[in-house]
Design a protein around this ligand. Structure first.
Ligand code: ARG
Ligand code: ZN
Length: 889
């Protein structure tokens, strides 16, 4: 499969398959060294297609035999496919026998070994690494699967659907036979053979049906599955309640595995999860980990409808299921969070991650539309664009048609397409048809440009108050930047949620010219063209516009607001997202100014006082305060500036954080004291907000101590680290010490390691925390290289590899981007090493230099040289080749 030549798949070339596979009967003789796969397929020729040979995908397989209707036939291998001349009959049975070697499968795609168990990952194209097949999502079949294996090694044998039979065989072996009544594409197939135990719960759905929920983990991990099970039950209730979508299975299983390339996988009835998104206890997992479990369990569960019941016609439509399912899991998490403020906190988190991951992607060499047009390796397109921007695009629909209209659109979507493999157009059409009087239906073609145009739209807004007429005129214009291959871009459909605030903070009623009365103080303006002018009338006072409330469209906004305007929004906006945003904008303006000057960075009193006011404001929730007090990250700022010098940015931002630590010392002390949680640990929004603010306060206090030489706060942090009763507090205290390069950091790290050396997920934190500590004199980078030699470090476990490598490249720009280029040399070495082990992991890591053309010298040239060095390797995987080629294009 390591091909040197670029093999590009194009959306416009889509053709329905020449054959349909109706039923699949698989028998596995499981063994880590050599598993025998016997496959019996009932196939029908697609009479709408020209008669042609049967071409089956297959990769890294050892073929033993091929029979058509019981007779041997001739076959050949062509372009990595198994080709069988068109059988005479239009319907026939194909029997294939082949073997695979799970323990040699370090790619973790297909059937592979993790610990002493066997697991599968088939999305996107892993099934062809198990047996020859039409491995494409529009070929849907009913599967019956028999698993046979050693009973001691593999006491648990699982596959999709319902268990039909199980029993003993000779030689200490046993078997289990599973049947999945739902037609499904091969990417949703799964099997597990391992020594596992399960937490079980029986639940009755609203419809009165009984279901068995199971969460399978390794022996000893059972007590860490309660939160995952609760999240699963909550997901079930939520989907029935919000969308009328009940669980359609008698049995729903989640299996946790240590070695996994991604977060989790929605295989029908048998979700396979990275342990990171299943296992949690107060002692070993942080509040963020608990939230991650809730959202990923929700995400995979929601796929059962959006993804499995209706799947994708081809992989270009990936966002059909991923964008929609991310939208659903984000809504679920917001509903679970409770209060309006807690919802806003979730929204801010989602937008931060969109801006830090998707915006740079959309401005770099991997920029692609939510529905891509071409790929070399589909695994490279499980991106922030397809997932997070895809979700924002679904949210645009939601904003345009409202919550009820959206539910009606979902109902129509299922009524039309349940059981089929469809396209993004089908989804948008159902939403529009269910809401015929909405701006979506009126502008469906404009809306669909979100699917075809890449890049982040720029929205410019200018307002003009006319006191004599009591009008406020808002001039909105959008610009969709040209990108390679996408020049003449058309305006997009942008819902712009707005409010107007008088300078004293009062929310003004909103009445547009031509309307006979005001419609509330919060409304949505819809842009469909490059320029629009909106005139508000009866505006009794000069005002500040609050635009794009709740981040109503995934754009970059230039609203031209002054510091004074932003301070009004920051103090008074009823939209919590924009309150937060105003503070971030004030900070960003200051960081920008400092980057453009040679003077030492300094924050002005107005900004510091505004931050003090936030910390002192008793009406604000701690979780919100924590987010508001964090300066925009280096990753985000780097994307907002052209020709970035990461070292200068780091020193500017660090100096500003030092200043906030010093100037607000008293407030930090007060915030730390006021936010101690006395009640028993609960990972809910209220407690976790308090812990987050207390941890930030502690970090600031220890930082301040490192500036003054004071030893009291480092000592307190160490004590808190030792005494903490939960991981959030323990890690927060440890991080405060490590991030300020305190002398107590090393003893604390040693103690942390000793305490948790048997907890894989906590060891990941041990590495990650050191990998993302703020760089100081090159010490952090040196530490990372040292840690690569740590006995607990390994590149073969994706979580562990990510904990150190991705912490450096994605979380620590100043450690990575060095004037001596050592970071890039290290990167190139690692890409090359990882690529021989696990191409999906390697190509993900390779993306760390996506934005190299945006770097200032000397970084830029050094980065180019490192990329060229990787490119010179002749035998890169197609995954990594695609990333590197695009970076150099
Ligand atoms: N469908 C899975 C999810 O979103 C992720 C599969 C990722 N596959 C891949 N090849 N990267 O839950
Ligand atoms: Zn998904």
């Amino acid at each position: 499969m390591r091909e040197g030549t670029a093999n590009i798949v194009r959306r416009e070339d889509y053709l329905a398959p020449a054959y349909w596979i109706r039923t699949v009967d698989l028998t596995f003789d499981l063994d880590a060294a050599k598993t025998i796969v016997a496959s019996k397929l009932f196939i029908e020729r697609n009479l709408e297609q020209m008669e042609q040979p049967l071409r089956l995908h297959g990769e890294d397989l050892n073929l033993l035999r091929v029979l058509v209707d019981g007779q041997s036939v001739s076959f050949r291998h062509e372009d990595g496919m198994l080709v069988i001349d068109a059988p005479q009959q239009s319907a026939f049975t194909l029997e294939i026998r082949n073997t695979v070697a799970p323990e040699k499968n370090t790619q973790l795609s297909g059937l592979y070994a993790s610990g002493s168990g066997l697991f599968t990952q088939c999305e996107a194209e892993g099934f062809r690494r198990i047996t020859y097949f039409l491995d494409r999502p529009d070929v849907m079949a009913v599967y019956t699967v028999t698993l046979r294996g050693d009973k001691q090694k593999y006491p648990v044998l699982l596959s999709n659907g319902n268990l039909l039979e199980q029993g003993d065989l000779d030689n200490g072996r046993h078997f289990a036979k599973w049947h999945d009544p739902f037609r499904k594409p091969s990417y949703l197939f799964a099997l597990v053979a391992a020594d596992l135990v399960a937490r079980e719960q029986r639940v009755r759905s609203r419809s009165g049906r009984d279901h068995l929920l199971q969460v399978f983990v390794k022996r000893g991990d059972l007590e860490k599955t309660e939160h995952a099970m609760n999240s699963l039950v909550a997901s079930m209730i939520w989907d029935e309640h919000r969308f009328n979508l009940p669980l359609d299975l008698e049995r729903f299983m989640i299996v946790a595995v240590d070695d996994f390339n991604m977060g989790a996988m929605e295989n029908k009835g048998l979700n396979i999860f990275n342990t990171k998104y299943v296992l949690a206890s107060a002692a070993t997992a942080t509040d963020a980990d608990f939230d991650g479990i809730e959202s990923v369990v929700g995400h995979e569960y929601f796929h059962n409808w959006t993804g499995n019941r209706i799947t994708c016609q081809d992989w270009f439509q990936l966002s059909l299921k991923e964008g929609l399912t991310v939208f659903r899991d984000q809504e679920f998490s917001m509903d679970m969070a409770g209060s309006a403020s807690a919802r806003a906190v979730r929204r801010i988190g989602d937008v931060r991650s969109l801006r830090e991951r998707q915006f740079p992607e959309d401005a770099g060499p991997m920029s692609h539309p939510v529905r891509p047009d071409a790929y070399q390796a589909i695994d490279n397109f499980y991106t922030a664009t397809v997932y997070e921007k895809g979700s924002e695009v679904v949210r645009v629909i939601h904003t345009l048609v409202g919550q009820q209209g959206f539910a009606a659109g979902m109902a129509l979507y299922f009524q039309r397409h349940d059981g089929f493999a469809v396209t993004c157009d089908d989804f948008a059409q159902a939403m529009a048809d269910a809401n015929p009087y909405s701006p979506l239906a009126h502008n469906l073609d404009v809306f669909k440009r979100w699917y075809s145009q890449a890049g982040t739209p720029r929205l410019t807004a200018r307002g003009e108050y006319n006191a004599a007429n009591a009008t406020f005129t808002l001039y909105l214009s959008q610009h969709n930047p040209a990108l390679p291959g996408q020049n003449d871009k058309l305006p997009q459909l942008l819902p712009v949620a707005v409010g107007l605030l008088a300078r004293d903070g009062t929310a003004l009623p909103l009445q547009l010219a031509g309307e006979d009365h005001a419609v509330g103080t919060d409304r949505v303006l819809v842009m469909t063209e490059a320029q629009h002018t909106f005139t508000f009338v009866n505006v009794q006072a000069d005002c500040v516009p609050s635009l794009l409330r709740g981040f109503s469209a995934p754009v970059v906004l230039d609203d031209g607001l002054t510091d004074a305007d932003l301070l009004v929004l920051m103090a008074h906006d009823t939209d919590a997202f924009n309150r937060w945003e105003a503070g971030q904008r004030l900070a960003l303006n200051r960081i920008r100014a400092a980057l453009n000057s040679d003077a030492p960075a300094a924050l002005d009193d107005a900004f510091i006082e505004a931050m003090r006011a936030v910390l002192n404001d008793t009406r604000l929730d701690p979780a919100f305060k924590e987010l508001a007090l964090l300066l925009p990250s280096e990753v985000y700022v780097a994307d907002q500036v052209t020709g970035i010098d990461p070292q200068r940015l780091h020193s500017v931002r660090e100096a500003m954080v030092d200043q906030l630590a010093t100037a607000l010392h008293a407030e930090w002390e007060a915030a730390f004291a006021a936010n101690q949680v006395r009640a028993g640990y609960k990972p809910d929004a209220v407690q976790s907000g308090q812990r987050a603010l207390a941890n930030l306060a502690l970090t600031m206090l220890v930082r301040h101590a490192s500036l003054t030489g004071d030893t009291v706060w480092p000592g307190r942090a160490y004590q808190r680290f030792k005494d903490a009763s939960n991981m959030t507090d323990r890690l927060g205290a440890l991080e405060a010490l490590v991030n300020s390069h305190s002398e107590l950091a090393q003893p604390a790290l040693d103690r942390f390691h000793a305490l948790f050396r048997h907890e894989a997920l906590v060891l990941d934190k041990f590495f990650m925390l050191q990998g993302r500590a703020p760089e100081k004199d090159g010490r952090v980078f040196a530490r990372i290289k040292q840690l690569m030699q740590h006995p607990d470090f390994t590149l073969t476990n994706p979580n562990r590899a990510r904990s150190l490598l991705f912490a450096l490249t994605a979380g620590n720009p100043a450690a990575f981007h060095r004037t001596d280029a050592a970071g890039y040399v290290f990167w190139a070495d690692m890409v090359i090493t990882l690529d021989t082990l696990n191409p999906q992991l390697a190509s993900r890591f390779a993306r760390a230099l996506d934005r190299w053309t945006n770097l200032a010298e000397p970084y830029r040239s050094a980065a180019r040289e490192a990329i060229a060095r990787v490119s010179a390797k002749a035998d890169l995987s197609s995954d990594t080749r695609e990333i590197i080629d695009r970076a150099l294009a």
